[in-house]
Design a protein. Structure first.
Length: 184
């Protein structure tokens, strides 16, 4: 991962139930590339990650509450998965508006596993080629996306991957898109 994103601030939008590896691996990749990851959440204090859908993982401090987060302060957005996290986030109206702001500005967005659910709610998948956890295929297709079963897919600054097994490719492509900057 030879992409330098020094000085770029990256919002990670998530809540309790996030898949731990889908938070920690992209976070580490952003830091190693010189960027500043920021955990944005509708929760305050800390969030608790999951390892799979059943086992509790570690807790992570919330840097910025969603209610006080301004999309203009960030260069890119990362949407980790985790079934519980993604299902809760797509119901957060402020979170959906936050995501939509990034898409409208052409800023890079990276979503893995169940993370694309909030992209559907934001109305930003129509006409896009995407991947996700296999169970989202019908949801994405019904929302107008072309779903493909690939390790990582990028479509005009929108990077998607299927699951934690794709994290290496996801992180590399995510950093490439962040380094490129806004897409129109």
């Amino acid at each position: 991962m030879a992409h330098d994103i020094t000085g770029k601030k990256i919002a990670f939008l998530l809540t309790n139930g996030v898949e731990q590896a889908e938070l920690t691996e992209p976070w580490k990749a952003v830091e190693q590339a010189g960027g500043q990851p920021v955990l944005v959440s509708p929760e305050s204090g800390t969030i608790t990650a999951m390892k799979g859908d059943w086992d509790h993982g570690d807790s992570f401090p919330v840097d910025v509450p969603l209610s006080g987060a301004n999309p203009d302060d960030y260069d890119a957005l990362v949407l980790p998965g985790g079934t519980v996290n993604a299902d809760k986030m797509r119901l957060e109206k402020e979170g959906v508006a936050f995501v939509k702001s990034f898409a409208e500005a052409g800023k890079p967005i990276s979503a893995i596993c169940h993370g694309p659910w909030i992209l559907i709610e934001a109305g930003v998948v129509k006409g896009r080629t995407m991947t996700s956890y296999a169970s989202l295929e019908t949801d994405l297709t019904n929302a107008g996306a072309q779903w493909v079963d690939q390790e990582v897919v990028t479509d005009h600054g929108l990077t998607t991957s299927r699951n934690p097994g794709d994290l290496e490719a996801f992180c590399s492509k995510m950093l490439e898109e962040i380094a490129e900057g806004q897409h129109r």
